[in-house]
Write a protein that binds this ligand. Structure first.
Ligand code: AMP
Length: 393
């Protein structure tokens, strides 16, 4: 059975098609610069990548082209072979505790939640509608980044703000990257061959979040009402004293939108280093002795370690720690600095095992008190799995 996993952004559309239940990737790709000039797309099939220019005024043209490519490349013979489409939705707030089959009411609710994810939810709705028009018979499923975090208790997800900010304005912690955290937690449970495990998953990418998970359920996560909470990210500041915002508005006369832009797009690794938001550039800067790159890396590591320590206590000990996403999977030195900072817990890095990028591996020694793993994340396969479940029942 063929299932598509789709991630629609305001000007992009990423997709991956699976043969299920084998979970074999048949084709993947991305349409870029939709609605902007010089739009193009890239397709990967059997390891071969091709990029083409295309006229993509809206997402609908992208979906039409996608269907053409599927047929031309003989991935499908006809549209009715596509039985399901899983759509990634960034913000489901407290409205969706799990993935759901999309109907008009679901679309309406996702749209209503746009205030909480103004860049993402409207784009997802555009994607859903474009696929519905061109592949109407496929079962469309919404997979939410926030669902996995819905098991947090009220004392965890509430902020100490006037209570009516929560009841009237839905201000609370929602978290993000839920699909990734769940994927990695599921892998850990398979690796350790147990369901009842306590784990900490460190999703360290351009955006980053850390989650405490007990028995497959999220207990706490570092992102908050928005993704700009928790650890330091590529361009986001993460946790700060919120009073800095009104103070700097007064000092600089920046509007709140301009300030929002600073804390989301000009802070984090970029803000501290002044060099780049990309951890590879920070690593190069460190090699050249750039003091601010060294500082940015130290601050990043410190914040990750703070969260691991906090969640270790919250979970009353943990069975495993995992690193995933761009930095977690690839940055050998970042993992080393984090794990070396956890020595007091009896965690011991295996330097040789840690010398890998992008593969699943145990990176601590046999006598380490807690095993640490690198686990490449796979949000797309989780979306395909959830979609498949609705079709197979
Ligand atoms: P993601 O958002 O998961 O795509 O992760 C993006 C982040 O991963 C960026 O900061 C990249 O610099 C980082 N990254 C990717 N590859 C490497 C690498 N080989 N070494 C260090 N960081 C990497």
């Amino acid at each position: 059975m063929k299932i598509l996993s789709v991630n629609a952004g305001s000007s992009s559309l990423k997709f991956q098609m699976y043969e299920m239940p084998e979970e074999k990737v048949l084709i993947s790709g991305v349409f870029e610069r939709i609605g902007i000039e010089n739009s193009m797309y890239t397709i990967k099939i059997n390891g071969n990548k091709t990029s083409k220019n295309a006229l993509l005024p809206t997402h609908k043209e992208a979906v039409k082209l996608l269907v053409n490519e599927l047929i031309e490349n003989k991935v499908i013979n006809s549209l009715d072979e596509i039985k399901g489409i899983g759509h990634r939705i960034v913000q489901g707030a407290d409205k969706f505790e799990s993935s759901v089959v999309i109907d008009d009411k679901v679309i309406e609710t996702i749209s209503e939640l746009s205030a909480l994810a103004p860049l993402h939810n409207p784009a997802a709705v555009i994607g859903i509608k474009a696929f519905k028009e061109i592949i109407p018979d496929a079962v469309a499923v919404a997979v939410f980044d926030t669902s996995f975090h819905q098991t947090m208790e009220k004392e965890t997800y509430l902020y100490a703000l006037p209570y009516n900010w929560y009841t009237d304005y839905q201000v609370r912690k929602y978290g993000a990257h839920g699909t990734s955290h769940k994927y990695v937690a599921d892998r850990l449970s398979k690796i350790l061959n147990r369901e009842d495990i306590k784990v900490i998953v460190c999703h360290l990418g351009n955006g980053g979040s850390i989650t405490a998970i007990n028995n497959g359920k999220c207990v706490d996560t570092s992102m908050g009402f928005t993704p700009n909470a928790g650890i330091i990210m590529g361009t986001r500041c993460g946790d700060i004293d919120v009073s800095i915002v009104p103070y700097m508005m007064q000092k600089t006369n920046l509007t709140y939108q301009e300030l929002d832009n600073v804390i989301n797009k000009q802070s984090g690794l970029l803000g501290i280093s002044g060099v780049s938001s990309d951890s590879r550039d920070i690593e190069s800067g460190i090699k050249e002795g750039n003091e601010r790159c060294i500082l940015a890396q130290k601050m990043f590591v410190r914040k990750v370690v703070d969260y691991i320590a906090k969640y270790y206590v919250l979970l009353n000990g943990v069975d495993a720690i995992a690193f995933t996403a761009g930095i977690g999977e690839n940055s050998i030195s970042t993992r080393k600095h984090i794990i070396d900072s956890l020595k007091v817990l009896g965690i011991k890095l295996d330097e040789e095992a840690n010398n890998i990028r992008g593969e699943e591996k145990l990176i601590t020694t046999n006598d380490s008190s807690i095993p640490c793993y690198v686990i490449p994340t796979d949000e797309e396969v989780m979306m395909a799995r959830d979609t498949y479940k609705f079709i197979e029942g």
